[in-house]
Design a protein around this ligand. Structure first.
Ligand SMILES: N[C@@H](CCC(=O)N[C@@H](CS)C(=O)NCC(=O)O)C(=O)O
Length: 212
């Protein structure tokens, strides 16, 4: 049985949970992180020395880093993982590039927006940092808006892939009702793509619920 550690309201935990739903794999989610603790215990640190979530245990494999866990789950089922992770090298690398971009570029850009508005009490919010994060993350989302400009329904084209899952989890924080501030531009193609993601049971089960 696949064991996945991480609280259900973490963007990085949503990713593998959604992948598992898409793949139809049985799994057990174990609460860890923030109010659940666990991440500072010696047992957990042996599994993940960063003390972060998610972490995975399965058939002797122990892993951390959410995007690596998602890739593992796809490779574990094999083939193109129901279309999530194409086998052809160029197509696979194209998906991978968005996962790397999320880590290197999108996350640092949007972090202050989410943390201030969702995880910080109103009196302590740094609204200057929020404004900067709106500008920086809008610049990232504009790249995806352009990507969808040729009428493609999903980031890599006709098929729904791991890129849609990973970026869709972050889109939840941009489009969700919890993060609304002046200056957030409209992205009509991105909004339509986000609507398509909302039709998927894995999104509905793990990503859609309130962030608080
Ligand atoms: N790059 C890591 C980031 C992991 C991370 O920062 N996770 C956050 C939750 S989204 C965390 O562990 N927060 C501390 C906690 O929940 O206790 C990944 O993608 O797995």
């Amino acid at each position: 049985m696949i064991e996945l550690y991480g609280r259900a309201n973490s963007v990085n935990v949503w990713k593998p949970l959604w992948v598992l739903e898409e793949l139809g794999q049985p799994y057990e989610r174990l609460d860890a992180g923030m109010e659940h603790g666990v991440v500072d215990t010696p047992e957990y640190r042996a599994l993940n020395p960063n003390g972060r979530i998610p972490s995975l245990r399965h058939s002797g494999v122990e892993l951390w880093e959410s995007n690596s866990i998602c890739r593992y789950l796809c490779m574990m089922v094999g083939g193109d993982a129901r279309g999530l992770y194409p086998e052809e090298a160029g197509a696979r690398a194209s998906v991978d590039r968005w996962l790397d971009w999320q880590l290197s570029t999108l996350s640092p850009a949007e972090r202050d927006l989410f943390w201030n508005l969702v995880r910080t009490p109103a009196a302590k919010r740094d609204m200057k940092a929020v404004k900067t994060a709106v500008t920086n993350s809008a610049a990232c989302w504009a790249i995806l808006e352009a990507r969808l400009g040729d009428g493609r329904p999903f980031i890599e084209g006709a098929g729904f892939t791991l890129a849609d899952i990973v970026l869709g989890c972050f889109a939840r924080r941009w489009f969700g009702p919890e993060v609304r501030v002046p200056g957030m531009p409209d992205f009509p193609r991105l909004a339509a793509w986000y609507g398509r993601l909302g039709e998927r049971p894995g999104f509905q089960k793990w990503v859609a619920p309130p962030l608080f």
